[in-house]
Ligand binder design. Structure first.
Ligand SMILES: N[C@@H](CCC(=O)N[C@@H](CS)C(=O)NCC(=O)O)C(=O)O
Length: 207
């Protein structure tokens, strides 16, 4: 398998983390986003949206981080543990995959885009999205080790990266003990790999 990614992208890290949790061998192909490698005709042929991550598995080419998690779980996890088959549990996992592509992407991930990559978006607005999301997560994680059920699922993998790195975007995690405990539970999973930490405000040309 080949994973086209960018080491400081949380979307990319979701896929990388799950490949490692499943102990699947893969080659990481680093894409320089600042260098525009994701806008070349060759890469656009893999993902017309010109975004990482992209996974190649034999003849299959897939893009979108949560789609990649679904694919890997459905194809390589025979236990059904990471992507539950029970209808209610599956729907609850999907709820967090939607949050990963919605409130997480437009909240903590967007706030980090401002400080780390200099994105020109309204920092206060996206920090507000993050805080409202974290207030809900903090309540829902009360007494729970993982987001859905008794063990880790792809919901946890999808949500983890940008939430762990939220402080880089100016959204502190200190007020959220349940979220911090949940992050520690994900970090403790066998095979866990971290996304590199950044100094908030790193100049775009350095990445
Ligand atoms: N919905 C996509 C979003 C992926 C995404 O936004 N990737 C960013 C990096 S974090 C990217 O490749 N951006 C390049 C660009 O927009 O020019 C996913 O979940 O994979």
């Amino acid at each position: 398998m080949k994973l086209y990614g960018f080491p400081l992208s949380g979307h990319s890290h979701r896929a990388e983390l799950f490949l490692n949790l499943l102990e699947l061998p893969y080659e990481f192909v680093p894409m320089s986003l600042a260098g525009g490698k994701h806008r070349t005709p060759e890469f656009l042929a893999l993902n017309g949206f010109g975004e990482v991550p992209v996974l190649e598995d034999g003849g299959a080419v897939l893009s979108d981080s949560t789609a990649i998690l679904v694919y890997l779980a459905a194809k390589y996890d025979d236990s059904g543990r990471w992507l539950p088959r029970d209808p209610l549990a599956a729907a609850n996992v999907q709820r967090w995959l939607s949050a990963a592509s919605g409130k997480i992407a437009y909240g903590p991930a967007a706030a980090r885009m401002v400080t780390v990559f200099g994105a020109r978006i309204d920092h206060e607005f996206v920090k507000g999205v993050a805080v409202r999301l974290f207030d809900v997560m903090e309540r829902e994680l009360e007494g729970r080790r993982y987001l859905v059920g008794e063990h880790a699922t792809i919901a946890d993998v999808a949500a983890f990266s940008y939430i762990e790195h939220a402080p880089e975007g100016g959204v502190p995690l200190k007020p959220y003990p349940n979220i911090r405990a949940w992050l520690a539970n994900v970090r403790a999973l066998p095979g866990f790999v971290a996304m590199p930490a950044t100094q908030a405000g790193v100049a775009p040309e350095q990445v």
